[in-house]
Design a protein around this ligand. Structure first.
Ligand code: BGC
Length: 366
């Protein structure tokens, strides 16, 4: 299993390596555009509530990558506010960033920001979320349909292990304005729909959660459970935050551990829920690889280079193929939580607190 995680890391490095090999002028600062010293990368993160990842992982790994490359950077968080998102972008452009990297809050405001940057000669990258109809030079993310497939398959495995007959499955999707949420759903529905159609599973309530808002997810799930008189046998929750909101409601109804719930992001909370037996699985995305690949592209753009990527992603709205780096996600269950620790994504100290210490030992986390 440990080998599995390492091979993800290797794949990520390979992609980065391929990028470095294509069109790197190898002269460091002698490229045609701006040199590394005058390069400045602006990054706008979306919020700090929809997932712990943005502040605990993305910010940290991006900072490390920019520092290692000796590039100036400014990383800000829009805290879920679209007006603030645009204000930050304008300030960054005015302050002279040479590259702007965004995680959009929706495609509309994302596009406005990307187009503004472009008109000012600032290069752009879509980080993690593709801006539909946008103009970013690159898109760096994970294979998000694969993320959804892992969630669907993980839920199926847990329902099978628990020997549930004709289980009623509820789906809590992410924000409908996040293209990733659409891709995750495409992935898990490709696993679940055939089961609904075959009558093996019963399709239960299926709802989008505005802005991935965890509190709203709790309310939505509470209503789902009430409507179904408590008869929900499995929950496809699109990330760990939504999963935790569902688990809190299940706890109030003494149903936690009896109804499998999925997640995503391998957050400390999600991993603890897995160790406690309340969450069936999560999806680990090696964000260090994502940050490294994005920083690598940002630095080359700042130098005026145009690196080739091995993949492209079709933007259906803009009808263009966006040069992309898409990394490989990995499913995590109770017996592989230790791999996330071994990979350095979370530490034993933050995961194995209080009552979790014993559960950590049982799960082989040393
Ligand atoms: C990201 C997920 C994250 C979610 C909520 C998605 O676009 O890919 O990792 O959990 O947004 O922030």
């Amino acid at each position: 299993m440990r080998k599995g995680i390492l091979s993800i890391a290797a794949a990520g490095l390979m992609v980065t390596g391929t990028l470095a090999a294509c069109g790197d002028d190898s002269g460091g600062d002698s490229g045609s555009g701006t040199d590394t010293k005058s390069a400045k990368v602006g990054v706008i993160l979306p919020d700090s509530a929809s997932s712990a990842r943005w502040e605990t992982a993305d910010r940290k790994y991006l900072e490390e990558a920019f520092k290692a490359a000796g590039v100036q950077y400014d990383i800000q968080n829009a805290q879920g506010d679209k007006t603030q998102f645009q204000t930050i972008a304008e300030q960054m452009i005015t302050s002279g960033v040479t590259v702007l990297m965004i995680v959009n809050l929706d495609s509309g405001t994302g596009k406005a920001v990307l187009d503004k940057a472009k008109s000012q000669g600032v290069a752009t990258i879509d980080y993690d979320r593709l801006t539909l109809g946008g103009s970013a030079q690159y898109y760096v993310s994970f294979d998000n349909v694969a993320v959804g497939k892992l969630q669907g398959e993980g839920l199926v495995k847990c329902l099978t292990d628990m020997n549930k007959q004709k289980p009623v499955v509820a789906e809590l999707n992410g924000s409908q304005t996040d293209n990733n949420a659409t891709l995750f759903k495409e992935g898990y529905d490709s696993v679940l729909k055939p089961k609904y159609t075959a009558g093996e599973y019963v399709q239960g309530p299926d709802q989008w959660v505005p802005d991935w808002d965890n509190a709203q997810a709790g309310t939505i799930f509470e209503q789902m459970l009430t409507e179904r008189s408590g008869k929900i046998d499995g929950v496809l929750a699109a990330n760990d935050g939504l999963g935790n909101a569902v688990i809190s409601v299940l706890k109030k109804n003494n149903l936690n551990g009896k109804v499998p719930v999925t997640g995503q992001d391998a957050t400390v909370q999600g991993l603890q829920n897995i160790l406690a037996g309340d969450q069936c699985m999560t999806v680990y995305k090696a964000i260090k690889q994502e940050a490294d690949a994005a920083a690598d592209l940002a630095i080359s753009l700042a130098k005026g280079e145009r690196k080739d990527t091995t993949q492209t992603v079709k933007d259906p709205d803009g009808n263009r193929d966006v040069p992309s780096v898409l990394l490989t996600p990995k499913a995590i269950t109770k017996d592989t939580v230790k791999d996330v620790v071994a990979d350095g994504f979370v530490t034993k100290a933050e995961l194995c607190t209080g009552n979790f210490a014993t559960l950590c030992t049982q799960a082989g986390i040393s």
